[in-house]
Ligand binder design. Structure first.
Ligand SMILES: [Zn+2]
Length: 685
C-alpha cells in the first residue's frame, strides 16, 4: 500500500446496507486473486492426508513474475532442524518441546506441479510439468523445507491469470502450533500448499517461524474433504453437499468466497449446537458450535462470548459480513485451542471453569474478534503481527469490560485441574499485560519484522505492548476518536493487506493531529515509560536570616528549628497566631526514556487539590505550591492515561511517611505475582 494513499473516511458505519451480507455474495468483496479447489482425503489409520488442488492465480501487481512461491507450513515439524523447531527451543515453553517422539513429526510433500493451459482454447487442458526447489529466504537454513519455489515456463504479466494443479501428501503430526491429531480428533490448519503474496518487490513468502503466523491473498475456496462416515466435519465456509462413498467414507464439500485461508476439523465425538446471532443494525450470523461432550455445560458461555464479540466489534469497527461462523472446542490435551482461521476459530476450555475469571470467555472473544482483525483486515502476520494481534488484544479486553462484570481471581491447582474462586478479589484485565511489560516491554523494536523478534518475548511486544499503547491512546484522545481511527482503518483496508504506515496515517487523519511523536516511540523505538514522584515535602514558610526593615537589616528568630516537614505539630504551639503558610515541593522524575505528557496531582491536608500538566520531556520537574495546608500526597498520571508505564508503585508518594502509596487498582505486589503465575494458564494466539 503506497503511503500517500487517500483514506476513505467512513461517514456513518451503521447506515451501510446489509443486503449483500451472506455466504456467497454475488459481487466480490475481495480481489479473489488466489482461489483454490481442493480434494483431500483423510486416512486415519495411516495418519495421512492426500490432496489434489487447482490454484487459480491472477497477478494483481504491476510487476511480472516467472515463479510461484508456496508455503509448505507442515514441514516446520518435519524434523528438529527446521527453523520453526530451532526457534521454538528459544521460547521458554514447558511443554513437550525438545522431547518429540517419532509420531509427533509431520511433513508435506508435493508430488507434482503442472501448469494448466486455457481449457477454452482447444477444448482440452494442456499440462506442463513444472520444476521446484526449496528456498530459505529468511535465514538460509538448508534444513528448512517450508517454502517451495515453482519455476514457470514463461512470465505471468500484470492482470494475467494462470491455473496450476498440484498433487501432494502430508503426514499428520501430533498437534504442533494447533495443527494435527490427538486420538481421533483432527485439526487441519495451513495444511495445503499455499501461495505466498506477490508484492511489487517480488514474492513475499517467509519460512514458517515459531512466533509468527500467516499471510495470503484473498480468494474463493471450494474444498471437498473425505473422512470416515461417522466423523463430524467443521470447516471454513458453509457445507454445499455431502456425498456418501461406497468405501464407508463421506465427502463433505464446503465453499467460501473472500477469505485468505481454509481450516477444517473432524472427529466422531463432536456435539453440534447451532444458534443465530441477531442484533438491530448488524447483519445476522449463524453460529455453529462443535463441542466436546464433556464441555457441553459450557456451550452457552461460548455462544454468549461469541455474541459479545460480534456485537462489540460489529458496532465499533464494522459489521461481520460472512453470515456464519464455526466455533470449535478442541479435544482435551490436543493443544489446538485458541486460534483463528477464516470464518472458523478454536476456543479452549477446561472441564471445570467457574464463572468470573474470563475463562473460557477471554479466548472465545479474542478468536471471534480475529474475524475482524486478521480475517477481514489481512495484514502480513510474518512482518507486522502487532496489527492484528495488538488491535485484537486491546479489543478483547474492551469487549470483556463492556459485556461482563469485573474479573475476579480464579486460581488453579493440581496442574490446573482444580479451580478455586475468590469472588471478593477483583483482578484488572490489564494486569497480565502490565506484568509482561515490566518483564520484557523493551525486548524488541516493534517496528522491525515480527519474525526477527526474540522468540521468547515476541508475544509481549506483539500482543501486550500494542494493546497497552492503544489503551494509552484511548485515554489520551478519548474513546470516540480512537474508535473512529479503528473503524476507519477497518473499513479502508477490508480485504486488503495494510502496512503499519497505513494505520499511522489513518490515526493522524482521524485525530486531526500529528501523532508521530507517539508512534515513533512505541513502534519505532523500544523505550520504556516510567514516571515517578521522588520528593513530596511541605515546609512551613518562616522568614529567617537578615531581612530589611525600615531601611535596616534585622536578624529574624534564628533560635527555632526549621520545622521542615514536621508532623509533630510543634509549629502549632500556643501563642503562635501567625497565619501559617507551607511551601510544598513535589519532584516528578522521568525514569524511563519514553516521553509522554502527564498530569501531576497534589492533594493537600485541607482537601484542596492542585492539578498541573507537564509535557514529560525533561528528566525531572519540580512543582512548588505555597498554601495554608500541608501536602497529603502527590501522584503523577493520576488518571492512568499512560498505560505503558507498568511500574505504578512509584507514581504516588505520601508526604507524611514519605512512603510510596500502594498502587491503587493494580493490586499489591503479591497480587501481581499471583497474576503472573496465572498467566501461565491462559493463552491468546
Ligand atoms: Zn490472537
Amino acid at each position: 500500500m503506497s503511503p500517500g494513499r487517500p483514506i476513505r473516511l467512513l461517514l456513518c458505519l451503521l447506515l451501510i446496507p446489509f443486503a449483500a451480507a451472506g455466504a456467497q455474495q454475488a459481487e466480490p468483496s475481495s480481489p479473489r486473486n488466489a482461489s483454490y479447489e481442493i480434494d483431500v482425503t483423510l486416512d486415519p489409520e495411516g495418519r495421512m492426508l492426500e490432496g489434489r488442488q487447482i490454484l487459480e492465480w491472477r497477478n494483481i501487481q504491476e510487476v511480472s513474475t516467472d515463479e510461484l512461491w508456496f508455503h509448505l507450513y507442515w514441514n516446520a515439524w518435519r524434523g528438529n532442524r527446521s527453523t520453526w523447531m530451532l526457534e521454538d527451543r528459544v521460547r521458554d515453553r514447558s511443554d513437550r518441546r525438545g522431547k518429540e517422539k517419532d509420531e509427533d513429526y509431520g511433513w508435506i510433500q508435493v508430488d507434482s506441479v503442472r501448469l494448466l493451459g486455457d481449457p477454452s482454447a482447444d477444448g482440452r487442458d494442456q499440462e506442463i510439468e513444472l520444476t521446484t526447489r526449496y528456498a530459505s529466504p529468511d535465514d538460509g537454513n538448508p534444513d528448512d523445507r517450508t517454502v517451495l519455489v515453482v519455476a514457470l515456463p514463461r512470465t505471468v504479466e500484470p492482470g494475467e491469470t494462470i491455473r496450476v494443479a498440484l498433487t501432494w501428501k502430508a503426514r499428520i503430526p501430533r498437534t504442533f502450533a494447533r495443527t494435527g491429531y490427538r486420538g481421533d480428533f483432527y485439526f487441519f490448519a495451513h495444511w495445503f500448499p499455499k501461495l505466498g503474496v506477490l508484492e511489487p518487490a517480488g514474492w513475499n513468502c517467509h519460512q514458517f517461524h515459531a512466533a509468527t503466523e500467516f499471510y495470503s491473498d484473498y480468494g474463493a475456496y471450494v474444498v471437498r474433504m473425505t473422512v470416515p462416515a461417522a466423523y463430524v466435519v467443521g470447516a471454513t465456509g458453509l457445507e454445499d453437499e455431502q456425498i456418501e462413498n461406497s468405501d464407508g467414507t463421506v465427502t463433505h464439500q464446503y465453499s467460501q468466497n473472500d477469505v485468505h485461508g481454509f481450516a477444517w476439523t473432524t472427529s466422531p465425538h463432536y456435539d453440534v449446537i447451532e444458534e443465530r446471532f441477531e442484533m438491530a443494525g448488524l447483519p445476522p450470523v449463524e453460529l455453529r458450535l462443535l463441542m466436546q461432550p464433556e464441555h457441553l455445560g459450557q456451550a452457552e458461555r461460548h455462544l454468549a462470548a461469541s455474541r459479545a464479540a460480534l456485537e462489540s466489534y460489529g458496532t465499533w469497527y464494522g459489521p461481520y459480513p460472512y453470515g456464519h461462523v464455526t466455533i470449535v472446542d478442541p479435544a482435551y490435551g490436543s493443544g489446538a485451542g485458541g486460534m483463528e482461521y477464516p470464518t472458523l476459530f478454536t476456543c479452549g476450555t477446561r472441564r471445570f471453569n467457574p464463572p468470573g475469571g474470563d475463562s473460557p470467555e477471554g479466548v472465545t472473544v479474542h478468536e471471534m474478534g480475529h474475524q475482524f482483525w486478521y480475517g477481514l483486515v489481512g495484514n502480513n502476520e510474518f512482518e507486522h503481527a502487532w496489527i492484528d494481534e495488538g488491535l485484537n488484544t486491546f479489543s478483547t479486553i474492551r469487549t470483556l469490560e463492556h459485556a461482563y462484570d469485573p474479573r475476579i481471581l480464579v486460581r488453579r491447582y493440581l496442574d490446573g485441574f482444580v479451580p478455586l474462586r475468590f469472588p471478593e478479589i477483583e483482578v484488572s484485565r490489564w494486569n497480565r499485560r502490565l506484568n509482561q511489560m515490566r518483564r520484557a516491554g523493551s525486548s524488541d523494536m516493534p517496528g522491525k519484522p515480527t519474525y526477527h523478534y526474540f522468540p521468547g518475548t515476541a508475544g509481549v511486544i506483539t500482543y501486550s505492548k500494542t494493546a497497552l499503547w492503544l489503551a494509552t491512546l484511548e485515554r489520551h484522545l478519548g474513546w470516540e476518536t480512537l474508535r473512529e481511527i479503528l473503524s476507519t482503518f477497518h473499513e479502508s483496508y477490508r480485504f486488503e493487506h495494510p502496512l503499519p504506515a497505513d494505520f499511522f496515517a489513518v490515526a493522524d487523519e482521524v485525530a486531526g493531529q500529528d501523532l508521530s511523536w507517539f508512534f515513533d516511540q512505541v513502534h519505532g523505538d523500544s523505550v520504556a515509560f516510567d514516571y515517578a514522584v521522588t520528593r513530596a515535602k511541605s515546609t512551613r514558610v518562616r522568614t529567617r536570616g537578615w531581612v530589611e526593615q525600615q531601611g535596616e537589616l534585622v536578624l529574624m528568630d534564628t533560635d527555632e528549628d526549621e520545622d521542615e516537614d514536621a508532623d509533630d505539630d510543634s509549629d502549632d504551639a500556643e501563642g503562635d497566631d501567625e497565619e501559617k503558610v507551607y511551601r510544598t515541593e513535589v519532584v516528578v522524575n522521568r525514569l524511563g526514556d519514553g516521553r509522554f505528557p502527564v498530569d501531576v496531582l497534589m492533594v493537600f491536608e485541607d482537601g484542596e487539590e492542585v492539578r498541573e500538566t507537564w509535557d514529560g520531556r525533561d528528566r525531572w520537574k519540580m512543582f512548588v505550591e505555597e498554601r495554608p495546608s500541608r501536602l497529603e500526597y502527590a501522584e503523577v498520571d493520576p488518571d492512568r492515561v499512560l498505560m505503558l508505564d507498568p511500574v505504578r508503585t512509584n507514581n504516588s508518594r505520601m508526604r507524611k511517611s514519605q512512603a510510596k502509596l500502594p498502587a491503587r487498582s493494580w493490586g499489591t505486589k503479591w497480587m501481581l505475582w499471583f497474576q503472573d503465575r496465572l498467566s501461565g494458564f491462559a493463552f491468546y494466539m
